[in-house]
Design a protein around this ligand. Structure first.
Ligand SMILES: *[C@@H]1O[C@H](CO)[C@@H](O)[C@H](O)[C@H]1NC(C)=O
Ligand SMILES: *[C@@H]1O[C@H](CO)[C@@H](O)[C@H](O)[C@H]1NC(C)=O
Ligand SMILES: *[C@@H]1O[C@H](CO)[C@@H](O)[C@H](O)[C@H]1NC(C)=O
Ligand SMILES: *[C@@H]1O[C@H](CO)[C@@H](O)[C@H](O)[C@H]1NC(C)=O
Length: 202
């Protein structure tokens, strides 16, 4: 049975107050980094692969099709888990909404939120739903990733949020396969414990 754990975020209720035509016009007024931008791709891969290394998972590679799908979803300006991929979603807003994001920082913020201590502890406590963004990020049999920011802040929504989607393939978070796909004790923790032992013994 497949678990769409990231729907945990669907408690957010966003009101779409404009037609799609209006939304698209608004979106073109300001631009985020394109999902084809090499700096953006490198930022994502550096961050996600550093996290995966900590949890004994091999590198992901970039996939333009996933990135295009992520862009469509991000520009939808809401949670949208339809389609064949697994997605992690992150969104934020500013007061006032006209602030310009630092997209380099936002990539890091998103992955740090998805792999926060809260997420990891939820997973360790058996809450597959609460830890779903972490487990998808480090899922060993997932090979490819593609991410995108919304083109602009979502002016049709009350908070005028920015949205960031990462789509993963093959998808993770399959019930019954967590133990083989998710390593919960980071190597860094093991190293520190090992060093502590050495200091004590020698
Ligand atoms: C894994 O990915 C990181 C960041 O993208 C890269 O620096 C590193 O060389 C990659 N390692 C392998 C074994 O491909
Ligand atoms: C939701 O995602 C699907 C792709 O799976 C896309 O076709 C659709 O336009 C999206 N809806 C919104 C509101 O973004
Ligand atoms: C964005 O943040 C990065 C690091 O988080 C920093 O190196 C860079 O200077 C910032 N860019 C701007 C335009 O502030
Ligand atoms: C990892 O999960 C995939 C499904 O996403 C499954 O097919 C595979 O057998 C799992 N690997 C292990 C070692 O459990």
């Amino acid at each position: 049975m497949r678990l769409f754990t990231s729907t945990a975020l669907s408690t957010a209720c966003l009101l779409l107050e404009a037609t799609n035509v209006f939304a698209n016009q608004a979106l073109s007024k300001r631009s985020s980094l394109l999902p084809t931008d090499s700096t953006f791709i490198s930022n994502v891969l550096t961050k996600v692969n550093a996290i995966r290394k900590q949890y004994a998972a091999a590198n992901l590679t970039w996939d333009a099709t996933l990135a295009s799908a992520a862009r469509v979803k991000a520009n939808g300006c809401k949670l949208n888990h339809t389609g064949p991929y697994r997605e992690n979603v992150y969104w934020w807003w500013y007061v006032p909404p006209t602030a310009v994001p630092n997209f380099t920082t936002k990539v890091v913020n998103a992955f740090d939120a998805w792999c926060s201590t809260t997420e990891i502890n939820a997973y360790k406590a058996g809450d597959l739903y609460g830890g779903g963004r972490f487990t998808q990020t480090v899922w060993k049999s997932t090979k490819k990733i593609g991410c995108a920011f919304s083109t602009n802040r979502c002016t049709q929504n009350p908070n005028q949020e920015w949205w960031f989607y990462c789509d993963f393939s093959p998808p993770g978070n399959y019930a019954g396969y967590y133990a083989g796909n998710v390593t919960t004790v980071p190597f860094e923790t093991l190293r520190v414990v090992f060093q502590a032992l050495r200091i004590r013994i020698y």
